[in-house]
Design a binder for this molecule. Structure first.
Ligand code: C2E
Ligand code: CA
Ligand code: CA
Ligand code: CA
Length: 275
C-alpha cells in the first residue's frame, strides 16, 4: 500500500511538473506576443435600445500565435494575471483601444476590460491619462469595465481611485453583474455609470421565469440608482423582446453582431442597423 501511494504521489508530481512547464511556456510566449505584435483588438458593438443606434464598442483582446493559431482570452488572461504580465498587456490594450476610438464618431464610446491587478497597480491612473492624451480621445468616450473582484481587498483605495477617474470624466461599468458573492453591496460603494448583466442570466431570460425575474430586478434597481444596463450575450429575438420590455438600456451579443476587426468598425457604424 505504501508503494502504491508513493506511486500515486509521483504521478501527481509529474503532472504538476507538466502543468508548471506548460504555464512557464505560455508565459514566455505571452512576453514574445507583446513584443512581436501578436496581439490585436476586436470590437463588439453595444446597441443602445433607447437611442436605437450603436452606443459603443467593447474592446476584446485577440492573440494570434504563429503556430498555435488563435488563443482565446480564457486560456491566457489568468496566466497573464498570475505572472503580472497583465499590467503591460493591459497598458497596450488601453493605448490601442483609445487609438482606434479616436477615428470613430464623437457619440460612440469604447469600453475596455480592466483586470483587478491592473487596476490596483499604482501606475493605473497614469496609464489612462497617457492613453487619453496620446490619442486625443475625450475622457467621457472611454468606459472601463471592472468586476466586483477588484473590491475584495482595499475597498477604500479602489473607491478613491474610481472617484479620481470619474473626476477625469472616465465612465465606469460593473461587469459580469450577478455572478459574484456580494454584488449588491458594491452598488452602494460607487455610483457606477452602467451595470452589465451577466450572460448566464440572459441565456435563460426568455424561457425561465426566475431568470426573467432576476433580470427585471437588476434593471429596476439600476434604474432607481440612475445607472444604465447592458445585457450581455443576447443571441436571439425572444431574449431581445423580453429585455426591451423590461426597459434594459442596451444589448450586446451575437444577435446584433459578433466581435469584429478594428478596421470594420467605422463601416458598421455608418451602415444600416437595427435590433
Ligand atoms: P467579458 O468581458 O464578459 O466579454 C464578453 C465575452 O462574451 C467575450 O468573449 C465575447 O466575445 C463573448 N460574447 C459576446 N456576445 C456573445 C454571445 O452572444 N454569446 C456568447 N456565447 N458569447 C458572447 P471573449 O472575447 O472570449 O473574452 C472572454 C473574457 O476575456 C472577457 O469576458 C474578459 O473577461 C476577458 N478579456 C477579453 N479581453 C480582455 C482585455 O483586453 N483585458 C482583460 N483584462 N480581459 C479581457
Ligand atoms: Ca467585459
Ligand atoms: Ca462581461
Ligand atoms: Ca464574462
Amino acid at each position: 500500500a505504501k508503494q502504491d501511494s508513493r506511486g500515486v504521489f509521483r504521478f501527481f508530481e509529474r503532472s504538476l511538473d507538466a502543468a508548471a512547464r506548460k504555464r512557464r511556456q505560455l508565459e514566455l510566449d505571452l512576453r514574445e506576443a507583446l513584443q512581436g505584435g501578436q496581439f490585436r483588438l476586436n470590437f463588439q458593438p453595444i446597441f443602445d435600445l433607447k437611442k436605437d443606434r450603436i452606443g459603443g464598442f467593447e474592446a476584446l483582446l485577440r492573440w494570434e500565435h504563429p503556430t498555435r493559431g488563435n488563443v482565446p482570452p480564457v486560456e491566457f488572461i489568468s496566466v497573464a494575471e498570475n505572472t503580472g504580465l497583465i499590467i503591460a498587456i493591459g497598458d497596450w490594450v488601453m493605448q490601442e483601444a483609445c487609438r482606434h476610438a479616436i477615428a470613430w464618431p464623437d457619440d460612440v464610446r469604447v469600453a475596455v476590460n480592466v483586470s483587478p491587478l491592473q487596476f490596483r497597480n499604482s501606475g493605473f491612473a497614469n496609464v489612462i491619462f497617457q492613453a487619453l492624451s496620446r490619442s486625443g480621445l475625450a475622457a467621457n468616450r472611454l468606459e472601463i469595465e471592472i468586476t466586483e473582484s477588484v473590491f475584495l481587498d482595499g475597498e477604500t483605495m479602489v473607491v478613491n481611485l474610481l472617484h479620481q477617474l470619474r473626476a477625469m470624466g472616465v465612465r465606469v461599468a460593473l461587469d459580469d453583474f450577478g455572478t459574484g458573492y456580494s454584488s449588491l453591496s458594491y452598488l452602494r460603494s460607487f455610483p457606477f455609470d452602467k451595470i452589465k448583466i451577466d450572460k448566464s442570466f440572459i441565456n435563460a431570460v426568455a424561457e425561465d421565469p426566475s431568470a426573467a425575474a432576476i433580470v427585471r430586478a437588476i434593471v429596476d434597481l439600476a434604474t432607481a440608482l440612475d445607472m444604465e444596463t447592458t445585457a450581455e450575450g443576447v443571441e436571439d429575438r425572444e431574449q431581445l423582446a423580453e429585455l426591451r420590455g423590461q426597459g434594459c438600456s442596451s444589448i450586446q451579443g451575437y444577435l446584433f453582431s459578433r466581435p469584429i476587426e478594428g478596421g470594420a468598425v467605422v463601416a458598421m457604424i455608418a451602415g444600416p442597423m437595427s435590433a
